[in-house]
Design a protein around this ligand. Sequence first.
Ligand code: GDP
Length: 193
Amino acid sequence: MRFINAKFVKSATKVGEFVNDELPQVAIVGRSNVGKSSLINMLTNNSKLAKTSRTPGRTRLVNYFNINNQFYLVDLPGYGFNQAGRTIASGWDKIMDDYFSSNHTLKLVLLLLDCRIGATALDKLMLDYLAEHDYPALIVLTKTDKISKSELNAQIQKISADIRYAKNRIVSTSASKKQGVENVATALDEFLK
Ligand code: GDP
């Protein structure tokens, strides 16, 4: 697939505002600051679609983007920080639980990991949560421009072993270098067909 036509649809702040029509949904989750907005902007080739920010945890919204009238890309709040930007031990917001428990067309979750950091304790909680609920996940490594190719290969190996995900379920991206769009697109084809 290609991201030909991407449109912002709406931001939801609570359950009653979630989109629940027949189109499949692909959710994006990750720690605040992992590069979620930058990835969305790269995939959709629109530098302004998702707001990037240097202040972690400010938005607690579920943002819906309609892609080619084919599926919704759903941007969930970054976890690991509360609204004041402080780390919270409890993990993620209630709105995230609400989203997962009220969604019937969720096909895939893209879980973003900074390629240098790998999976944090919260990411592992999220992976367990997804596995428990039978949601398939694809691991998207971000900021790959920050390390060399050989370091990246070593990191992929390490992360794959750490979270017990096969390497073909881990894709690499760099929003700064606009690399990896096709890696994500190919994986999406698999899950949306
Ligand atoms: P979000 O909080 O997950 O939405 O993260 P953002 O997309 O706002 O990015 C957080 C910070 O990381 C910003 O300063 C971005 O410029 C930076 N960033 C995001 N993606 C990349 C990338 O691929 N390479 C580099 N070098 N920096 C990135």
